[in-house]
Write a protein that binds this ligand. Structure first.
Ligand code: PGD
Ligand code: PGD
Ligand code: 6MO
Length: 825
């Protein structure tokens, strides 16, 4: 190599190298601070260790083998308040300490007393016995019913790390037993990630949007449509970098006009002083259609863009004007559905068209009945505005999520462990993995348990639902994430065996037959990249403390099970934890050379107690989504059938689904606020929680700062509270035909009247676990949501479809027991 190689490092030893590359220097402007002063040992002989998690990079203070303090990494621009709970999650009273087996299962065998699950009747066993039971049960189920009777889909947010990815490791182990049934898709964007490839040729939802710096520079009108980055960008699927907060802060400094369309005046809306429009939940498609109708009626739409870059506008236009169904989708028509005044809808159309407008859509609008329609209609609206591919214009579906829009750095791919037997590493998107004997849509396990043999539609295919007798979960909490908890509890009784690895006594662990205590990522070593989009650093995720009680790494648990079958070495490839990490690093080091960079040797990286920074190019800083397509739609054709944006999809037409027509369409959901046949009066916004990641950290001290009367909060508008004679702090029963929970009232004007906010992820705590429908004493909102699918196309979950009533709870208050370990634990 003749040109100087910018060295990408945080090492004091090779810091000189940084000065050799201009781009590296730019990246390191913020990071080139005094490395020499950042030793692993702080004053007083206390050790300070750099590690990382979903919530960011941190330094943990360790004294006498115990983590006693945690502080955010000094380069984190906006540390998450949730970090406080991280430390506590190691030692909280709900930590699983020992391997445990449900008494009936242990004494009478698989399938014994399935209604007894969740009653906390556990027996402590040795690790040896636990591994033996699991290894033999997996063989028994496979030999009796075939490998597809073992469900290994195990969805969930686990912990980051290229090695200790417990879901990949689970599947790696299950493959050594001959296979399993897998799950396709995820709970986050189940509908959007299936529909959008037909519309724009890519899933859009996890892809890079036009960057924040570009938005700050060019966008005149920023629309957060059910999108709340000030809450949702606290975390990353890998390690949270919090780059979205920098973007939002700069937007505020610039004074860019912001509109928030949301039944809640969100944290983002408050921070930015945004204009708040609160439609009825689940009516956004009608609102978008009303805007679209105004655009075309007033000739504000960009016909030239539609002609050049899209197909199928004509049949959509016939629907919009009512030519095809007799119903013009006017602003008045939309207003009657969404409850935003028609004049405001027209005004929105005019303002969108006369400004450089960015439409930032969140995921809640697609986590609803017919959830495919909102993202499709949003893209259609953006196409009519003709700003897709222009700086600061068009749409973005990740501005709220894991800091989408944070500019991507020039960094190598760090490989990860794979579920391929004998395989070493994988790169790319692990949530889209679909290998397995059979594959079911991820939110359809309950339906599968209740209907084995049934044929289900899914994205143009027919799937025969397998018979499942054993479910194995590691790194997810189905008794939190799945909708319609009581239907689920009944379905779970079909299982012979439910095995769970977790760090905490979640409701899933409590409903398991075999519970194995896993280490947190702070009790093991790993390696990960910083920022799902930024990819700005490689971070050593160092072990902070030794495993507590009898916790073991998922990796070692699976290796021990495989070893019982004589396949331990196939699982481990003969590598230790540190050998894997070194191996991943060395691969990245080689790849980085191809990008003109030189990373320090592994031992320097690992001993340095610092994250390794990578440079940012001007080009990436200014990335504009779909700019290449706009510049040359032939050369850079989209991955759709026509190569263009499809407002009408012939592929979807061919599927003939009545619940997903071939162009964006307003369809009544099963229930909604103001719906024609809806029984209950209040819509639930089952948002993502402010001080949790789903159910993670609910069992920690953080809960004390948000619980109301010891329960999950239920936010409601003063009008709704007065109508029901409720005061702040009251304990209420929230109920519908599917279930009932207790919650604590928080009265606030940030709610739209008629809408209550109960965040997902509150731990399920049934008063009588043997009786489905029993009152949940803490407040798991998924007792109330519907378990139906978004449509036959994507079979996504409808976590935002729930209507309920609220009443003051006057009975004797049941104790919340879920945050203590079961007695034998
Ligand atoms: P988490 O609470 O993150 O929820 O559902 P998900 O199951 O992902 O669960 C992760 C579990 O993994 C925790 O119990 C944690 O302790 C455990 N864990 C962490 N690290 C490890 C590890 O290293 N090893 C092992 N063995 N366990 C580990 C989230 C899902 O919920 C998602 S992504 C979405 S988007 C959905 N959102 C909603 C919604 O908006 N509304 C409703 N009503 N319902 C939803 N459910 C979905
Ligand atoms: P939600 O909070 O469910 O987040 O991202 P997602 O966008 O799904 O919903 C966003 C907003 O939509 C909320 O403000 C809600 O009020 C609003 N909303 C609800 N219903 C409607 C509607 O019908 N119309 C309109 N216009 N708005 C509506 C979730 C993303 O967040 C995901 S998938 C994951 S896995 C992560 N989870 C968490 C988490 O659990 N906790 C935090 N703090 N951060 C996360 N980030 C990620
Ligand atoms: Mo999600």
């Amino acid at each position: 190599m003749s040109s100087p190689v910018p060295e990408v490092t945080s090492s004091a030893l090779s810091r000189r190298g940084l000065l050799r590359g201009a781009t590296a220097l730019a990246a390191l402007g913020a990071t080139g601070a005094p490395y020499l002063t950042r030793g692993a040992r702080a004053a007083g002989g206390t050790q300070e260790i750099l590690s990382a998690c979903h919530w960011g990079v941190f330094r943990a203070r360790v004294q006498d083998g115990r983590a006693v303090g945690i502080r955010p990494w000094e380069e984190d621009p906006w540390p998450s308040a949730q970090l406080r709970g991280v430390l506590d999650s190691i030692y909280s009273p709900s930590r699983i300490k020992y391997p445990m087996v449900r008494r009936a299962w242990l004494e009478k065998g698989p399938g014994a007393d399935p209604a007894g699950r969740g009653t906390d009747d556990f027996v402590r066993v040795s690790w040896d016995q636990a591994i033996d039971l699991v290894a033999k049960e997996l063989v028994r189920v496979r030999e009796t019913h075939g490998p597809s009777a073992i469900f290994g889909g195990s969805y969930g947010w686990k912990s980051p790390g290229k090695l200790h990815n417990c879901q990949t490791l689970l599947r790696r182990m299950l493959k050594l037993n001959g296979g399993f049934t897998n799950a396709a898709g995820d709970y986050s964007t189940g509908a959007a990630q299936v529909i959008l490839p037909y519309v724009t040729g890519s899933i859009e939802v996890y892809e890079q949007c036009t960057t924040w710096p570009n938005v700050v520079e060019n966008t005149e009108l920023m629309v957060f449509w059910g999108a709340n980055p000030m809450n949702c960008s606290q975390i990353g699927w890998h390690i949270g970098d919090h780059g979205a907060f920098v973007g939002v802060q700069k937007l505020r400094e610039k004074g860019t006009k912001v509109i928030c369309i949301d039944p809640v005046r969100t944290e983002t809306c408050e921070f930015l002083g945004g204009e708040w429009l609160a439609p009825r939940p689940q009516t956004d498609v009608a609102l978008m259609l009303g805007i679209a109708h105004t655009l075309q009626a007033e000739k504000l739409h960009d016909q030239a863009f539609l002609d050049k870059y899209t197909t199928g506008f004509a049949p959509f236009l016939a629907y919009l004007t009512g030519a095809s169904d007799g119903v013009p989708k006017t602003a008045e028509w939309a207003s009657a559905i969404c409850d935003i005044p028609a004049a405001t809808i027209r005004d929105l159309a005019r303002r969108f068209a006369s400004h450089r407008t960015m439409l930032a859509l969140g995921y809640s609008t697609q986590r609803q009945h017919h959830g495919e329609q909102a993202p499709w209609m949003l893209v259609t609206l953006a196409a009519m505005l003709g700003q897709i591919g222009l700086p600061g214009g068009g749409y973005g579906l990740s501005y709220h999520y894991a800091s989408g829009g944070a500019p991507m750095h020039t960094s190598p791919n760090v490989a990860a462990v794979t579920d391929e037997i004998g395989g070493g590493t994988q790169g790319g998107a692990d949530w889209l993995g679909t290998g397995g004997e059979a594959v079911i849509p991820v939110s359809r396990l309950v339906e599968t348990l209740l209907n084995p043999g049934k044929v289900m539609d899914f994205n143009g295919a027919k799937i025969k639902l397998p018979l499942i007798k054993l479910a194995y979960w590691a790194g997810g909490n189905p008794f939190s994430h799945q909708q319609d908890r009581n239907e689920m509890v009944r379905a779970w009784q079909k299982l012979d065996t439910f095995i769970v690895h977790d760090v905490q006594w979640t409701a899933s662990a409590r409903h398991a037959d075999i519970v194995l205590p896993a280490t947190t990522s702070y009790e093991r070593n790993d390696i990960e990249q910083l920022g799902d989009y930024a990819l700005s650093h490689i971070v050593p995720m160092k072990q902070v403390v030794a495993p507590v009680f009898e916790a073991r790494n998922d990796y070692d648990i699976f290796a021990a099970i495989a070893e019982r079958w004589g396949k331990g070495r196939l699982f481990t490839q003969g590598r230790t934890e540190m050998e894997w990490i070194r191996y991943f690093y060395e691969g990245a080091k080689i790849e980085s050379r191809a990008k003109g960079m030189e990373m320090p040797i592994f031992d320097v990286f690992w001993s340095n107690n610092q994250a390794l920074a990578f440079p940012l190019s001007e080009e990436q800083r200014d990335f504009v989504r779909h700019a290449a397509f706009r510049a040359d739609p032939l050369l850079n054709a989209l991955g759709t059938a026509s190569g263009k944006i499809e407002i009408y999809s012939k592929n979807i037409e061919k599927m003939g689904y009545d619940d997903c027509p071939p162009h964006p369409t307003w369809m009544e959901p099963v229930e909604r606020l103001g719906g024609p046949t809806t029984k209950y009066p209040l819509a639930i916004a089952a948002n993502h929680p402010i001080l949790r990641l789903h159910s993670q950290l609910c069992g920690t001290v953080l809960r004390k700062s948000y619980e109301v009367a010891g329960r999950e909060p239920c936010w409601m508008h003063p009008r709704d509270a007065t109508e029901r004679g409720l005061a702040d702090g009251d304990v209420v029963r929230v109920f519908n035909d599917r279930g009932q929970i207790l919650a604590g009232v928080k009265i606030t004007e940030v709610m739209r009247p008629g809408v209550i906010r109960i965040s997902e992820g509150g731990w399920y705590d049934p008063v009588d676990a043997r009786t489905p429908g029993s009152l949940c004493s803490y407040g798991d909102v998924n007792n109330l949501t519907t378990g139906i699918a978004t449509s036959r196309l994507s079979q996504g979950n409808c976590g935002q479809t729930a209507m309920a009533e609220v009443e003051k709870y006057t009975g004797p208050l049941p104790r919340v027991t879920v945050f203590q370990a079961p007695a034998a634990g």
